[in-house]
Design a protein around this ligand. Structure first.
Ligand SMILES: Cc1cc2nc3c(=O)[nH]c(=O)nc-3n(C[C@H](O)[C@H](O)[C@H](O)COP(=O)(O)O)c2cc1C
Length: 236
């Protein structure tokens, strides 16, 4: 009887260890380089482009349901993912200079600690910038002094631009190209949101200085668009 109990407890311990190790694979996808690998993006799922265009709407109210790492992966890829072996991306870039950067504020993503992350298109991975609770601090109040609805989003994407990458032709200011690119990358992300059955709003009204500070941007890099993403809360 004692022997049976011992076997049962060893089996229970083994099952527990397997569960813990499976869980740690989900919660710590960090590589030896400190980057967090994202799941491979799907290139054949979802709905037609026409249906995504028809259904896209700005949604500003989210449930408390978390996003998954697979959804984060898909959204990063849609905005800036590499799509060929020459390094071209999902969105076009003037003279292939790629002046955009993509950041993620994670507030409720399964398997990803809350914090600020930078997306690397080449490695299709995330690098941790900080593990501060930036969402509630950055969106504490809106510019009008009211509660900012963006605070309830489980994840927020921020598109920034590095103007020096494109302004290399003497005598020509091509800065507006960076804003054009931010629009194309953001629309990709918005359409992927629809394809995944999620909800989002494209926003350009935000505190620029605070955003630069929380993303720890170097001078010359400017935040352009902020896209909160989550699960749509049904109207009550
Ligand atoms: C350049 C730009 C900036 C925007 N900024 C904000 C914003 O700061 N806050 C917000 O709630 N919505 C913002 N929006 C979303 C618009 O309010 C929204 O697109 C518009 O009401 C049309 O609704 P629809 O997106 O559902 O078609 C912005 C949209 C664009 C294109």
């Amino acid at each position: 009887m004692k022997k049976l109990a011992l076997i049962a407890s060893i089996a229970g311990l083994a099952a527990l260890m397997t569960a813990i190790s499976a869980q740690s694979e989900v919660t710590s996808p960090t590589s030896s380089t400190g980057s967090i690998s994202l799941p491979e993006p799907r290139t054949d799922g979802g709905i037609s482009v026409e249906k995504a265009l028809q259904e896209r709407r700005s949604i500003r109210s989210f449930t408390s349901e978390p996003l998954t790492l697979a959804e984060i992966s898909q959204l990063c890829w849609a905005a800036q993912g590499v799509t060929d072996d020459k390094g071209h991306r999902t969105s076009p870039s003037a003279m292939a200079t790629y002046p955009l950067e993509l950041y993620l504020l994670a507030g409720n993503v399964t398997g990803l600690p809350d914090g600020v992350y930078h997306y690397s298109p080449q490695g299709h991975n995330l690098t941790v910038i900080s593990n501060e609770d930036v969402i509630s601090e950055l969106f504490n109040t809106s510019m009008g002094g009211k509660e900012d609805w963006r605070k309830s989003a489980p994840a927020i994407f921020i598109v920034t631009g590095v103007f020096d990458r494109i302004n290399k032709i003497p005598g020509q200011d091509l800065s507006r190209f960076v804003y054009v690119e931010a629009g194309t990358a953001s629309e990709n992300l918005l359409l992927e949101v629809v394809s995944l059955g999620l909800a989002a709003t494209y926003t350009a009204g935000f505190d620029e200085n605070k955003t630069e500070e929380y993303l720890r941007l170097a001078s010359g890099e400017t935040p352009i668009a902020i896209i909160p993403v989550g699960h749509k809360a049904e109207a009550t």
